[in-house]
Design a protein around this ligand. Sequence first.
Ligand code: SF4
Length: 314
Amino acid sequence: MTLYQECRLCPRECGVNRSGGASEGHAGFCKETSQLRISHVGPHFGEEPPLTGTHGSGTIFFSGCSLRCSYCQNYQISRDGLGQPVDLDEVTRRVERMIRDHHVHNINLVTPDHFLPHAFSLISLLRRKGYSLPTVFNISGYQSVPILKLAELYADIYLPDFKYADPALAAKFSRSGDYADVALRAISEMIRQKGFLDSFDSGSLLASRGAMVRHLILPGYVENSINALTTLFLEFGALLPISLMSQYSPVLHHEEESMNRTLTAEEFQAVYAHAVDLGFVHLFVQFPEERGPGIKPPFLPDFRLNQPFFTPHD
Ligand code: SF4
């Protein structure tokens, strides 16, 4: 927990003393003190098939975020701070209940960066209690290598984004002009530790170890997506597992006009065709037409509800 003092848990390196919790701790860019806050614990069926399986991925959504993108699909928790203060025992109980009741395939920590000391403790506790489910670090890609080295013992699967190849776009939307450089170093470290997602080679339908990179296509920014995919291909090669996401929905009014609509079929097709042309071998794709006309995007959550996500039983 000393990592909360002079906090450098993410590349923002605010250096604030977050320890002391909500009453005494200071919040940095992520807006969170060392008081752990969680917005949701539950099975999630919107992840890629090797993580979702048949019983769902066991997600834990942490409140706050160190990136705070202006278009975040989870803005209720990342930017507006929705969530409840909890202690480690309470989270552990909720995770155990989720495992027991839903038989989820993994423990999926969604945006844990700014609460990593708690995340490490939670995983240690669960392992001591005999749980051996793979742990997924579901993260923005904006991570520092020294912190990832600390995570090596606790992570089995890394699921980073690679959001931007364009520094100006990263600066404008996420106030992180160094995003591409930082994320490429971070993804290299994740692959060094765990390799590529293992479900393709093992013949298993479920992943137990490795890295897969996600890229969300932003409306009006096809060139950023094309350059991001090219960069990933040149850095890591054709065997890098990629998840190409077309689910973007405007959730807040955005100053960039194109960001107030969903992706067009032409935009999606241009990016998808580029990914195929590059020759990525392991490519997960959300095809926009799979949503069906007039259907609310199934991946858009509402964290004010007990069950924020669509489930197959809805
Ligand atoms: S985790 Fe929060 S306080 Fe710490 S460096 Fe990152 S943004 Fe700053």
